[in-house]
Design a protein around this ligand. Structure first.
Ligand SMILES: [Zn+2]
Ligand SMILES: [Zn+2]
Length: 491
C-alpha cells in the first residue's frame, strides 16, 4: 500500500516537473533582441537550459517542398539559438507589437537596413545585392525562405507551416534617377536612386519579420513575406505569382510610403484605389514620296494624325463620365526631312482606368482605332500596336472591402482612428494589382511627409526623401495585420 502511494506520488512529481519544463520552454517573449544580444543571451541559456531546444515548433512546409531552398549552417545554428532564447524570462510576454517596433535597438536596426539599401540602389531584376542583404538578415533572424523567385525574389515563411496563409509584400527595385539631395546616406551609384521608397518597404518588412519571429508561438497559421523585384518596370509581381509566391496564400497586404500624408498616418480606401496603367506605341507604315507629289505617297503622317483625333473620342464619347479614364498621347514622330513624306510614323501614349473592365476595353479600342483608322481601306496604311505587356502593363489595384476594413481596424487600434484617413483614388499604378487580381488584397499608404526633414517631394523626384520615423510604424502595421488576420481566420 505504502509503496503504491510512493509510486503514485513519484509519478505526480514527474508529471508536474514535465509540465513546468514544457511551459517554461514555450513562453513567447515580446522583444526581438539584437544579434549581439541574442548571441550572449543564448550562450547563457544554451548552457543552463539545454533541454529546451527540443521544443522547436513545427518546421515550415517550404523546407520540405523545395530542394532549391538555400539554408546556411549559420542560419540553422542561429535559428536554434533564437528558439533557445525563448527560455529567457527577462522579456515580458505582454509586450505589444508596437512597443516592440519602437524599441530603440529595433528602430536603429530598421533604419540601418534602409540606409544600406538606399546607398546601393539596383534597378528591376538587378536587385542581387539587395536580395542578398535580405536573405542574410532572414538567416540571422532564423526565418526560412524560398529563393529565387522571379530572378531575385524571396518568399519567406514564419509560423506553423499550416493554413491559413497570409502574405505581406515589399518591392526591392530602384529607379534610373540621379539623387539630388546631399545627405550622409545618398545613393553611391550614379544615375540610380531609391526615389519611390522601396528601400523603406524592404526595411519595414524585415522589421515585421523580426517581430513575428519573436512572436511565432502567437501565430495561428503562416505569414508569408514576399520580397519582389521589378515593380517599377518588368511586372515583377506577375513573375512572382508564376513562380509560386502565392502558393496556399488566401490574402495579401502591402504598403507604400507617401509624401501626401504626415509621418505614420495610414491612408487607404475600399475598392479601386490605383488606376490600371498601360502604354502603347503604334507604328503606321505607308509609302515614302517627295512632298511635292502629294498624290503619290501613302501618307503615314496624315493617317497617324487621324488616329490621334479618333483616340480622343474613346474617353470623351465612349466612356461614362462617372467612370474616370485617361487616354493621353505623349509621342508623335514622323520623318525629319521637310521635303519627304515619311514611310512610317510612330505615335504613342498611356491609358488608365479604375476597373479591369474599363482598362481592358481601352486596350482593345486603342488597338482597333489604330488598325482600322489607318487601314488600307481608309488611309491606305497598316498599323502595328505594341502594348509592352511583358514590361509595364499594370491592371487597376482594387482593395477587397474586407481586407481594407482589416487594415483600417489595425491602424485605428494601433495608432488611433484620427491617424487613419480615407484617401482619394489616384491615377498612379502599382504592380501589386497582379496579386489583387488573384486573391483578396489591400494596399495602404503610410505617411512619410515631414517638412522639418524635407520629405515633401513626391515619388520619382530626384529630391524624394522620407521621414524615417515612419519605419517602425510600418513594421508594426505589417506584423499586426498578419498576426491578427491569422487569429481571425484560424479554422
Ligand atoms: Zn515608383
Ligand atoms: Zn513604388
Amino acid at each position: 500500500m505504502v509503496s503504491q502511494i510512493t509510486s503514485t506520488l513519484c509519478w505526480v512529481l514527474v508529471l508536474i516537473y514535465t509540465i513546468t519544463t514544457f511551459i517554461n520552454c514555450n513562453v513567447v517573449y515580446g522583444l526581438a533582441p539584437s544579434s549581439a544580444d541574442l548571441d550572449s543571451t543564448c550562450n547563457f541559456v544554451k548552457s543552463s537550459v539545454s533541454s529546451c531546444s527540443s521544443s522547436v515548433s513545427k518546421e515550415n512546409e517550404d523546407d520540405h517542398q523545395h530542394a532549391d531552398d538555400q539554408y546556411s549552417t549559420q542560419r540553422q545554428n542561429h535559428s536554434k539559438s533564437v528558439y533557445s532564447c525563448r527560455t529567457s524570462s527577462s522579456i515580458s510576454e505582454t509586450t505589444s507589437i508596437l512597443s516592440m517596433a519602437k524599441n530603440p535597438e529595433m528602430v536603429k536596426w530598421i533604419k540601418t537596413i534602409r540606409r544600406r539599401i538606399h546607398e546601393y540602389p539596383e534597378l528591376a531584376y538587378e536587385e542581387f545585392e539587395t536580395s542578398r542583404l535580405i536573405r542574410t538578415e532572414l538567416d540571422r533572424i532564423g526565418v526560412r525562405y524560398r529563393f529565387p523567385l522571379a530572378k531575385t525574389g524571396i518568399r519567406a515563411s514564419i509560423g506553423t507551416g499550416s493554413p491559413p496563409f497570409v502574405a505581406v509584400r515589399a518591392d526591392m527595385d530602384a529607379l534610373p534617377i540621379q539623387e539630388s539631395i546631399e545627405w550622409e546616406h545618398k545613393s553611391k551609384v550614379a544615375g540610380k536612386m531609391h526615389a519611390c521608397g522601396h528601400d523603406a518597404h524592404v526595411a519595414m518588412l524585415l522589421g515585421a519579420a523580426k517581430i513575428l519571429k519573436a512572436r511565432e508561438n502567437h501565430l495561428k497559421g503562416t505569414v508569408v513575406l514576399i520580397f519582389q523585384p521589378a515593380e517599377e518596370a518588368g511586372n515583377g509581381a506577375k513573375r512572382m505569382i508564376e513562380d509560386g509566391a502565392l502558393e496556399n496564400v488566401e490574402a495579401i497586404f502591402t504598403t507604400h510610403v507617401s509624401t501626401e500624408l504626415p509621418t505614420s498616418v495610414i491612408g487607404s480606401r475600399p475598392g479601386p484605389l490605383l488606376a490600371g496603367c498601360g502604354f502603347f506605341r503604334a507604328v503606321i507604315t505607308g509609302k515614302e514620296e517627295h512632298a511635292g507629289n502629294p498624290h503619290r505617297p501613302v501618307d503615314t503622317l496624315l493617317a497617324a494624325s487621324a488616329a490621334v483625333i479618333s483616340l480622343q473620342s474613346l474617353v470623351s464619347r465612349e466612356t461614362n463620365p462617372m467612370d474616370s479614364q485617361v487616354v493621353s498621347m505623349a509621342s508623335f514622330n514622323g520623318g525629319d526631312n521637310l521635303d519627304v513624306i515619311p514611310e512610317s510614323s510612330v505615335l504613342g501614349g498611356t491609358f488608365r482606368a479604375f476597373s479591369n473592365t474599363s482598362f481592358y476595353r481601352l486596350r482593345q479600342r486603342i488597338e482597333q482605332v489604330c488598325n482600322c483608322g489607318t487601314s488600307k481601306s481608309i488611309q491606305k496604311c497598316s498599323a502595328e500596336v505594341d502594348f509592352f505587356e511583358g514590361e509595364s502593363f499594370y491592371p487597376p489595384t482594387v482593395n477587397d472591402d474586407e481586407m481594407n476594413e482589416h487594415v483600417r481596424n489595425v491602424a485605428a487600434g494601433m495608432l488611433g482612428s484620427k491617424n487613419f484617413r480615407v484617401v482619394p483614388q489616384m491615377m498612379g499604378a502599382e504592380d501589386f494589382s497582379f496579386y489583387s487580381q488573384v486573391i483578396p488584397a489591400a494596399f495602404f499608404f503610410i505617411g512619410v511627409m515631414n517638412e522639418q526633414v524635407g520629405s515633401t517631394h513626391s515619388g520619382h523626384s530626384p529630391y524624394f526623401m522620407i521621414d524615417e520615423e515612419a519605419l517602425p510604424i510600418g513594421a508594426a502595421m505589417h506584423a499586426e495585420i498578419a498576426e491578427r488576420y491569422l487569429s481571425e481566420h484560424y479554422r
